[in-house]
Design a protein. Structure first.
Length: 657
């Protein structure tokens, strides 16, 4: 039957005090569990979400995220939240972590409100409904499986979407408690759903789950649901916004959707194992792994078992929910919420990601709380416990579980202290993951621990011999260790996988230069120039490398490419001018030196070089002024002083009219 605006309170109890206590304990428990998370740095996708994201530099542009393969593409509300953090602390991470935790706690409180009001509508007494809801929300909030969605800043999209999802449901429940023309809660529900659609694509399931909630808990029949068809149509209309954002988001750079590199059927098969794994982690969250790689191993019977388990539970839950089963709704929640990312719609970058279980976990903790409440009542009846003793035992059990979960979450947060800690933890738990080995090698190399990095790259290649990234990274580490000849075979192996990769070709050319293989270096660097569309720094470095092997014309073209991409690139202008001078293109060399000096007038060596070219061109007075400027900027510049004396002598030798 529909709610009437008053909660069932069979014991005549007042739950206001208990609700305030529940809110306080949920917030305090979350703060303790995540106390170590505020110092964590930007990690992995955070580079694209924050450090390289130009749109968050201003709140005016934060609602227009970049298009393509960015973590924020098509997610303006998520991007705006990052813009708020940037306005507060720039690239200091503390405010990002604080806001992520606030969002998570707010979601936990919204879950408390949803479960409490749902149970009250099902006939639970006020204290009983509040206590069960407290247990469900507390266990959900401090569960270690939530760590990735809370501590990893780029996955805030999951927790923020989860908050809007739960708020939409909560506001819908509140709107159903009112009779007459009170529409405020319904309006807020639609707005919350709209914001969720602009946060992350999983929100697409919210209108369906709220429609099913109406059928199961409120109207109790599909004909009864029709009485609120206007509201449900309004929620469904928010799909239009989501469709528009997905159309302009560039399919996440080709990494998501049916056009990605992974076929729908292959991805769908892997998701049986993925969903079964999420269910296991909900019940026993160990081990938690940051990256599961792009392959799911295991014997065929495990795949068959997981497929049977997932299909059986999903079908049973959906059929039961459609027929009005309340427990069936919990099962449907678990599987439907996972649907957008764990069905047949490919997400090519990751087959398993723990943050995807963020909202689905709510069904499991609610079921656990209901089961614990039922067990406490049965035990009380069997052993003759009084109400206070039974309640105390239940609270103690929940508290102990929350302490255990919170401690595990606190420990899990230490894995996010740095990239090195994160990948070391991943490799320790998944030593056969070649991608994790490669990433650990990169983290070690960034710390200057090159020999250890070499070891990780070699381990990755033992696991996957043709893996191009470890070959390339191993080559880079060997070059830095002064062993370029050892690096060459690894660059060549990487190029067998990606033969036209300009970055690989450039690195090979550099290694061959340092190994004395001049002819081979010229060929590789020439191919690099033809193959790559890199930023100006790449072309500048390539020009310098070509200079080392006396490839003047190729070096000139490389510096010119850097200048085309960045006309105010002073260093590239100076080097371009130097090459032009060697190629006897003096007028253009003089023009480049003059442009560079307008950009950086304090460069004494450029004044000196320009003076030399002017003197060679017979423009002695201009040359003298350049040498004087060089000496003024750098009084101990011996070469400039000598040049100044020579040009003065030349001026005296020139007959005056």
């Amino acid at each position: 039957m529909p709610f009437t605006g008053k909660e069932a309170s069979g014991d005549g109890d007042d739950t206001a005090g208990l609700c305030r206590l529940a809110v306080a304990t949920i917030g305090a428990a979350a703060l303790l569990a995540y106390a170590g998370a505020f110092r964590g740095p930007f990690l992995y996708d955070d580079q694209g979400s924050v450090a390289d994201n130009p749109t968050i530099r201003s709140l005016a542009s934060a609602l227009r995220p970049p298009v393509g393969g960015w973590p924020v593409s098509g997610r303006p509300v998520f991007n705006f939240s990052l813009g708020l953090n940037y306005a507060i602390s720039g690239e200091q991470t503390w405010s990002y972590h604080v806001l992520s935790l606030v969002i998570h706690v707010a979601a936990g409180l919204a879950l408390f409100g949803v479960v409490r009001r749902t149970l009250a509508g099902c006939g639970f007494a006020g204290m009983r409904a509040a206590g069960t809801a407290w247990a469900a929300a507390l266990l959900w909030t401090v569960h270690p499986l939530q760590t990735e969605a809370v501590t990893y800043i780029s996955q805030r999209s999951e927790s923020l979407m989860g908050l809007f999802y739960l708020l939409t449901l909560y506001c819908f429940i509140r709107s159903s408690e009112w009779s007459g023309n009170h529409k405020g809660w319904a309006v807020v529900a639609v707005l919350s759903c709209l914001l969720g659609m602009a946060t992350k694509e999983v929100m697409a399931t919210a209108p369906l789950m709220i429609l099913l909630y109406d059928r199961v808990f409120l109207a109790r029949s599909w004909s009864g649901v029709c009485r609120r068809r206007g509201f449900h149509f309004a929620l469904a209309a928010t799909w239009i916004v989501l469709a528009a954002l997905m159309a302009t988001g560039g399919s996440r750079g080709g990494t998501a959707g049916f056009g990605s590199a992974v076929s729908w059927w292959a991805y769908g098969v892997t998701q049986f194992r993925a969903v079964a794994h999420y269910l296991r982690l909900c019940l026993w969250p160990h081990p938690l792994i940051f990256s599961y790689g792009l392959t799911l191993g295991g014997p065929p019977w495990e795949v068959v078992w997981d497929a049977g388990l997932v299909l059986g539970l999903a079908v049973l839950s959906l059929v039961a929910a459609i027929r009005g089963s309340r427990l069936g709704y919990l099962g449907a929640w678990f599987f439907i919420v996972l649907g957008p990312s764990s069905s047949i719609v490919p997400v090519a970058t990751e087959l398993i990601a723990e943050h995807r279980a963020y909202l689905s976990l709510a069904a499991v903790t609610t079921l656990v709380a209901l089961g614990g409440e039922w067990l406490a009542r049965r035990m009380a009846a069997r052993f003759g416990w009084g109400r206070s003793l039974a309640a105390g035992a239940a609270i103690a059990a929940v508290a102990l579980s929350a302490v255990a979960e919170g401690a595990a979450t606190h420990r899990r947060n230490h894995a996010y202290d740095s990239l090195l800690a994160l990948w070391a933890d991943t490799v320790a738990k998944s030593p056969d993951d070649a991608g994790a080995r490669n990433n650990l090698g990169n983290a070690l190399a960034e710390r200057g621990r090159l020999e250890e990095a070499v070891g990780q790259y070699r381990e990755a290649l033992l696991l996957v011999p043709g893996y191009d990234d470890p070959h390339f990274n191993l080559g880079n580490a060997l070059v830095k260790l002064g062993r370029p000849s050892e690096a060459i075979p690894h660059y060549q192996a990487a190029l067998r996988v990606r033969p036209d990769d300009g970055k690989f070709l450039y690195a090979l050319g550099v290694a061959e230069v340092k190994s004395g293989r001049t002819a081979e270096a010229r060929a590789a660097l020439k191919r690099a120039m033809a193959a790559t569309a890199e930023p100006p720094e790449f072309w500048y470095n390539l020009g310098n490398t070509l200079l080392d092997v006396a490839q003047l014309e190729e070096a000139r073209d490389a510096f010119a490419a850097a200048i085309r991409l960045r006309p105010d690139y002073a260093d590239a202008l100076v080097n371009h001018a130097g090459v032009l001078a060697q190629l006897n293109d003096t007028p253009r060399a003089i023009a480049d030196f003059e442009t560079a000096l307008r950009l950086e007038p304090g460069a004494a060596d450029v004044h000196n070089n320009l003076g030399g070219l002017l003197a060679e061109s017979g423009r002695l007075e201009e040359a003298r002024r350049q040498f004087e400027a060089a000496v003024a900027l750098k009084p101990d510049f011996r070469e400039a002083r000598d040049n100044l004396e020579r040009v003065k002598a030349m001026e005296l030798a020139v007959p005056r009219p």
